[in-house]
Design a protein around this ligand. Structure first.
Ligand code: IVH
Length: 713
């Protein structure tokens, strides 16, 4: 971007400007402002793009202030691409949605050397190339931040957007303008490019992130979970100065679109992906760099070299300044990319190599035993707090006694904890080689830690259970379950409110939920008239729920959503179940003897029957509704008789919502890819299921949009 001579000149000019007097006449002001802008842009590039400043922060600030002072005195001299114009004071009201110049696809994933070889072979097969031919790849880190698209017109940054759904994104130009690593002006026109779209990732350095959180802790603000959240959140704020304060940087990794004044494609002027990135680097963008030894970017002559390069990065990932979750492997030759093309979801010429889940070791301090809604005892490991993939982990489920015994986990052990993506952390194994003999066996309690009744373990169950239906811990958990989303779905009523009302003595059982005194609630700190009224409204609404929700809300062991729906379809009123014998239950398809036993036992307990009567008297619906009756699916429903499976992250609807839509359209949701599967709907980052379905060749693969079009919603 800058020659050695230019750099020397800009350096000397900076030193001179630092000591120059403030201009008093317009002519000198114009000249000085022009010089200052030039040197400031240079220093920002050294600092933000190269991480290698040549002047001190203090000197930079002095130059910046000088420019601000001149512009304040001669406002007519302010130019839109002046470095001082990054933070605009006008607040953006709402984000406008904008269409990307070309769709922003996602990437297919690979996890090991074999996956990479498969990827390489797929390309050769697709293009009809000999398998022993070497394809050249360009490999870069997969930055773990927020995706952005930058549009430059006539060398000016005119628009910046989030990835959004790939076709449309949110316009966040004022926020992106505050990122010092994004040039407001870049010399595309020198090559005849009048319009260009660049893709990249907004990301916060790990050490900057630590400082941000320290400052937030000092201000008593909630901490950011990880650098990615801090970055993506920062891009979406309505206040650009807030974006600026997070010190977000942007790596650019793709020139997605470039045309000249006649609309001719200028991407054809480049031979390789690698050379486009070099070009963008020269224009002043922050790009993954070539370094003599292990750079961020490397051109590998074949897939074997790619694998080795990915492995070295996996090892040094922790010490790298930014969070990365893998490497991106791209066919280097742009013509070859073109010929290889893309599916609806991702380019065939690129793949993400995902790193193994993050692991850390910590000490197992003690084990807590928690009592669940049906009395199951869950051992929970309390660990010395440890940072794992951006979150602090101090509590990890040990599931059950067998888990502890099979892994031989002992108190005082150093344990290896793993967290893959957003998955709940879990203990991989104890580090036996670090034991010093002081470790002790985890002793499972023989009695309930809360009500002290004896624990029992059924032969075919993994959990020890407290069988006392009046156990305080169970009562509380049952109420929490009762109001939860999958059960009665009482909006605005969650664990913390239940616990609070319980402590106040207002709640002893689930019927009490329908007896709450809203005047008293309104007087609680943090509540007020409005929230109390809202809670009242949600509870009134829940009273009218279909009975399958009520059945599921009763915390009968094994009576899940599915079984609740099946039972609800068979009865006119919940109370009928009281008189059912075993056969009546087991005659129903999909209702087994264990569940039968549990439901019968529930209704044999007078207290439970009484509870239901009370609830009925309080207005809770006990009779079958339209919603409970099985919906007759007409033979001409769009997916009548078909099986369907959803995989990957859906962006337009939740997984459950999608499954409900499919069901309503006559399809049956199944859980695995097999010859029985008719449709696989793939969201983002679909993995092995998609691969398997593709390999089978009999499954119809749909995008979310195609699915929605099919079911007509
Ligand atoms: S290339 C058409 N290169 O990974 C291919 N993506 O699923 C476009 N990402 O959210 C992607 N670092 O923002 C590419 N060096 C890199 C990347 C990268 C991070 C992100 C990208 C997107 C996701 C792809």
């Amino acid at each position: 971007m800058y020659s050695k001579d230019e750099q020397r000149h800009l350096y000397e000019l900076s030193k001179k400007l630092l000591h120059s007097p403030d201009p008093v006449d317009t002519a000198t002001a114009i000249a000085t402002a022009t010089d200052l802008r030039q040197v400031i842009v240079y220093h920002e590039w050294r600092y933000y793009a190269l991480n290698d400043p040549v002047i001190s922060d203090y000197e930079y600030d002095m130059l910046y202030k000088k420019l601000q002072a001149i512009e304040a005195r001669f406002p007519a001299l302010v130019t839109p691409d002046s470095p001082t114009q990054r933070v605009s004071s006008d607040l953006t009201e709402e984000f406008a949605t904008v269409e990307h110049l070309t769709p922003m696809l996602s990437l297919d994933n690979s996890y090991d050397a074999e996956d990479l070889r498969d990827f390489d072979e797929r390309i050769k097969n697709y293009l009809g190339l000999p398998l022993d031919l070497d394809i050249e790849y360009c490999v870069e880190p997969k930055f773990d931040g927020g995706t952005i698209a930058l549009v430059y017109e006539n060398d000016q940054l005119v628009r910046a957007a989030t990835r959004g759904n790939g076709a449309m994104g949110d316009e966040i130009t004022p926020n992106i303008r505050t990122l010092r690593s994004v040039p407001l002006r870049a010399g595309f026109s020198e090559m005849g490019i009048v319009k260009a779209e660049l893709r990249g990732e907004a990301i916060i350095r790990k050490d900057v992130f630590e400082k941000l959180n320290e400052a937030r802790a000092a201000d008593d603000l909630t901490l950011f979970a990880n650098p990615r959240n801090a970055a993506t959140g920062g891009l979406r704020t309505k206040d650009p100065s807030e974006t600026a304060s997070r010190r977000i940087e942007a790596f650019v990794y793709q020139l997605g679109f470039a045309v000249d004044s006649n609309g001719n494609n200028k991407l054809e002027a480049f031979q390789t992906h690698d050379s486009t990135i070099d070009y963008l680097g020269k224009l002043g963008f922050k790009v993954p760099l070539h370094h003599p030894q292990e750079g961020e970017r490397r051109v590998c002559k074949n897939i074997t070299e790619v694998t080795a390069f990915c492995k070295t990065w996996q090892d040094k990932r922790e010490s790298y300044a930014y969070e990365i979750d893998g490497m991106v492997v791209k066919v280097n030759d742009l013509q070859l990319q073109q010929r290889t093309g893309s599916t609806a979801h991702h380019p065939r010429w690129a793949i993400a190599f995902k790193f193994k889940a993050k692991q850390a070791t910590s000490k197992l301090l003690h084990v807590e035993f928690q009592v669940g809604k049906v009395g199951s005892i869950t051992p929970v490991a309390k660990l010395e707090p440890v940072q794992l993939a951006g979150v602090t982990v101090s509590s990890v489920s040990l599931h059950n006694e067998d888990f502890i015994r099979n892994k031989d986990i002992r108190l005082g052990d150093r344990v290896l904890v793993e967290r893959a993506g957003d998955v709940i952390p879990y203990i991989v194994k104890p580090m036996e080689e670090l034991r010093d003999g002081s470790e002790r066996e985890v002793v499972f309690p023989s009695h309930c830690p809360v009500c002290h009744s004896e624990l029992v373990r059924a032969e075919d169950e993994a959990a020890w259970r407290c069988e006392n239906p009046d156990c305080e811990a169970q009562l509380l958990q049952r109420m929490i379950h009762h109001v939860s989303k999958n059960a009665m779905n009482i909006d605005g009523f969650g664990e913390s409110q239940i616990e609070r009302f319980y402590r106040l003595g207002w709640l002893r059982n689930i019927a009490d939920i329908y007896r709450l005194d809203y005047e008293k609630i309104a007087q609680l700190e943090g509540f007020g008239e409005k929230s109390a009224a809202n809670l009242h409204k949600s509870i009134e609404k829940a009273k009218q729920n279909p009975i399958h929700r009520l059945l599921h809300s009763l915390s009968i062991h094994h009576l899940g959503i599915k079984a609740s729906k099946i039972l609800a379809a068979e009865i006119g009123n919940v109370m009928e179940l009281k008189d059912w014998d075993e056969e009546r239950f087991t005659n129903i398809k999909d209702i087994g003897p264990v569940l039968t036993h549990n439901v019968i036992r529930f209704f044999q307990n007078e207290k439970n029957v009484e509870l239901l009567r009370e609830m009925e008297a309080l207005g809770v619906n006990l009779t079958q509704t339209e919603d409970d009756r099985p919906k007759a699916v007409s033979a001409d429903a769009p997916l009548a008789g078909k099986t369907i499976l959803f995989t990957g992250t859906l962006s337009k609807m939740g997984r459950k919502e999608a499954q409900a839509k499919a069901e309503a359209a006559g399809a049956k949701n199944i859980s695995a890819v097999s010859g029985n599967l008719d449709y696989l709907v793939v969201g983002e980052d679909a993995g092995s299921k998609l691969k398997k379905a593709q390999a089978l060749g009999t499954v119809t693969i749909l995008t979310e949009d195609e699915f929605l079009a099919l079911v007509g919603g």
